[in-house]
Write a new protein. Structure first.
Length: 739
């Protein structure tokens, strides 16, 4: 039986205008060569510099941080000059002498001898016939050296060319290049017949056509993909990049403002260098141009806790605090103050009114976080009470003041669908919730319809409690497949094209169709039960297992026992996958209480909790499941009996536009069958409605560069005769009809 019952006149809560936002992090080359329209890779020649404090391992091409975190480092300068090559007789070397300024660790010394040096861009440079591109370089030369600057094919066919003469101390030389052809694999070539050596301190190539035509701006097509999502806010700049994996790689606002050639580069923990060109100012400028609110996330005095954390000492902690204060002042202070003056000098005399949210850290937790949260929150709130502050852990459980908490979920589609009511039992008076990062990741790496269905089902639950869960943002936003570090991502791009995965279109549908309030409603649906397992019996004595047997799928388990001290942890049905692909259950007994938790992906689901006293030296544990039912006995006594949350065939939410009376029903059908769903209301339902549907022939369907529109929403009129709607198999739908 499938039925959606709703009472349009019964208002449950107003909608949260901020419910759908976006989160930008520089991951998968989302910044330089992505949203940030720079076309030259390694424009400042410092991509290969080993980050301060780290050790390089040439065989593994990795670096290790001072605290022991190892991460890939594919572009060490010992391997060549990343992104650049010399043609013909030209010779080029990196130097750390006579660099452009203190932020620049390297310069490029070139002797052309009739040859050229070439930059290959991010998988080539894409130019269009008639398109214009601003190039500049800073260079120094004792004698005049005439250089031709060309956009050309790999084989030397010229699309655009200009000349300039370099002479004397460091000077900036500019030229405008107009391409006469379309080409996605062009290169930028600097050629000269001179025998003299010049030193180049910095280079840049930008299309003149950027979002809102800003110099140093954003790639128009990618920025427009963001605004098409109707976001309410943008979270920036991370994510783990805020935390870094060493003190030196932690994000600092002060490195990201001012002339781009004076900004310090930032080695990201996603395996490449960011120039800082897409900095704090550009972030605020985009928010202002797009008419959305800005959420700034800052480091709170520690590196990433999942990557051998470093907890900063008092002096550095205070520096990070001051960095956050300066960022806020940069955005908000009048132009005649120090930081407001810097903003004015960068072209924005008026304060940026878009800054609204401040997040203290990213994915930080525990005691170390609580101390730092307090350090930041109390002082910032006193000085800047006008902002909404976001914590990354439920610090209210430690008695700390909290406004909004940022929860993150990465799991499989079934997790999201089964947990669509995760927040419905929450106390509505508690801290507001921001689901700042979530995505169906497991089994959905390419961005599948199934992922979008799971996420959509989850969001129908969230919409019902949007007076409490006020904001969400999918993560991550962008991926250039030539540089993937994390999948799936909402928007896939290369140097000239892009497409949205099905989740992109689902979010566009949800964010466009809001209504003004959530009305009274009930959804009746059948369910699928989740995985079945078997029986599992073990006896523990002290710290060991002394007897045991496992049946069916229970092959793997591990334990940590200290029965005499009342502690036992049993991990069972463990697929042995690590990290993002993990899938196991933990039965943990400690301090007189126990719980069974399902860990799947980076997320967890508490199956049952309750009392559990271990006494003596012996514990016989029996875990019995029949499909999705769990029964746990300890020493023959039943401790838990619970059922895994099942998968609803249909999930739905109804909102009403108070001004027009329009009803908006979001319906997700995660099954492989078409479902006739009754619509029951205390107000008449018309015979026809309008329905926008996102569906495809298979759950695994997705979009691609070859077929970017394979899974996109389609709208049509539908019959509601007899008060029912046919909901297509595997579909996300927005059904609307007038009062
Ligand atoms: O979205 C990718 C990463 O996932 C973010 O950087 C981090 O916050 C989370 O662990």
């Amino acid at each position: 039986m499938y039925r959606i019952t709703f009472s349009p006149d019964k208002k449950i809560c107003d909608i949260s205008p901020a419910l759908y936002g976006i989160f930008f992090e520089d991951i998968n080359r989302a910044g330089d060569g992505g949203l940030y329209a720079e076309m030259l890779i390694n424009r400042a020649f410092d991509d290969g510099v080993i980050p301060q404090g780290c050790t390089y391992h040439s065989k593994r091409r990795t670096i290790t941080s001072p605290t022991g975190w190892e991460s890939s480092f594919p572009c060490a300068e010992t391997e060549g000059i990343y992104g650049w090559s010399a043609l013909g007789n030209a010779r080029m070397t990196l130097t750390d002498q006579n660099t452009l300024n203190r932020a620049r660790k390297r310069a490029l010394k070139v002797c052309f001898h009739g040859g050229a040096v070439v930059n290959h861009g991010f998988g080539g440079i894409s130019v269009t016939a008639g398109g214009t591109y601003r190039f500049y370089l800073f260079a120094v030369s004792e004698k005049p050296v005439e250089i031709t600057v060309s956009l050309q094919s790999a084989t030397g066919k010229i699309y655009a060319q200009q000349s300039l003469t370099v002479e004397g101390d460091y000077t900036r030389y500019d030229c405008l290049l107009k391409s006469d052809s379309d080409e996605n694999e062009a290169v930028l070539a600097l050629h000269s017949d001179s025998e003299d050596t010049i030193t180049i301190g910095f280079t840049s190539l930008f299309p003149t056509d950027t979002f809102h035509n800003r110099e140093n701006g954003l790639r128009r097509d990618l920025a427009e993909r963001l605004t098409a999502l109707h976001p309410a806010f943008l979270r920036f700049p991370g994510g783990c990049v805020v935390e870094g994996f060493s003190k030196e790689t932690a994000y600092r606002f002060e490195d990201t403002i001012g002339p781009v050639w004076e900004r310090r580069p930032h080695w990201l923990l996603w395996g490449y260098n960011a120039t800082g060109g897409l900095g704090f100012h550009e972030f605020l400028q985009f928010c202002e141009d797009a008419g959305i609110d800005a959420m700034y996330v800052f480091n709170c005095g520690m590196t990433c806790q999942a990557r051998c954390p470093d907890y900063f000492d008092a002096e550095l902690l205070e520096k990070m605090y001051q960095d956050a204060v300066h960022a806020i002042l940069y955005a908000s202070a009048p132009a005649d103050t120090e930081w407001g003056g810097k903003r004015a000098a960068n072209g924005h005399p008026e304060p940026f009114k878009c800054l609204k949210y401040l997040e203290i850290g990213n994915e930080n937790y525990g005691e170390e976080y609580c101390r730092r949260y307090r350090y930041f929150y109390d002082r910032l709130k006193a000085q800047f009470p006008q902002y909404t502050y976001i914590a990354t852990d439920h610090v209210e459980k430690n008695g700390l003041p909290v406004e909004t908490v940022d929860d993150h979920y990465y799991s499989d589609p079934a997790f999201f669908a089964a947990n669509h009511e995760m927040y419905s039992g929450f106390d509505r008076d508690g801290a507001d919730i921001y689901v700042g990062e979530y995505a169906a990741t497991i089994g959905c790496k390419n961005g599948t319809l199934y992922g979008a269905l799971g996420e959509a089902a989850f969001l129908t639950g969230i919409e019902k409690v949007q007076d409490r869960v006020k904001m969400t943002s999918y993560a991550p936003l962008f991926n250039n497949p030539a540089y993937t570090a994390w999948e799936p991502d909402l928007i896939i791009f290369n140097n000239h094209a892009s497409y949205g995965i099905p989740s992109y279109y689902m979010l566009e549908m949800f964010a466009k169709n809001r209504g003004s309030y959530v009305c009274g409603q009930q959804v009746m649906t059948d369910y699928d039960r989740r995985c079945g397992h078997g029986v599992f019996r073990y006896t523990f004595r002290g710290e060991s297992v002394i007897a045991g047997s496992a049946e069916k799928n229970c092959q793997y388990f591990s334990h940590e026992a200290d029965i005499r001290n009342g502690q036992l942890k049993v991990s069972f049905w463990d697929t042995c996958a690590q990290g993002e692909d993990q899938d196991h259950y933990d039965f943990v007994c400690e301090g007189g209480r126990s719980a069974v938790t399902h860990y799947i992906g980076w997320s967890r689901e508490i199956i049952c909790e309750g009392k559990c006293e271990l006494s003596g030296d012996l514990a016989q544990v029996e875990i019995h499941t029949d499909r999705d039912e769990f029964e746990i006995k300890v020493n023959g006594v039943q401790i838990h009996k619970a059922v895994l949350k099942p998968l609803p065939h249909i999930s739905a939410v109804c909102t009403v536009d108070g001004a027009t009376g329009k009803r908006i029903v979001k319906i997700v059908n995660i099954t492989e069958k078409e479902i006739r769903t009754e619509l029951v209301s205390d107000r008449p339902i018309p015979d026809r409605g309008f329905m926008t549907t996102l569906t495809a022939g298979s759950l695994q369907a997705g979009n691609s560069f070859e077929d970017p529109q394979a899974v996109v929403p389609v709208s049509r009129e539908v019959e509601l005769t007899g008060g029912a709607v046919i909901v297509p198999a595997r579909s996300v739908n927005i059904l609307t009809f007038p009062a």
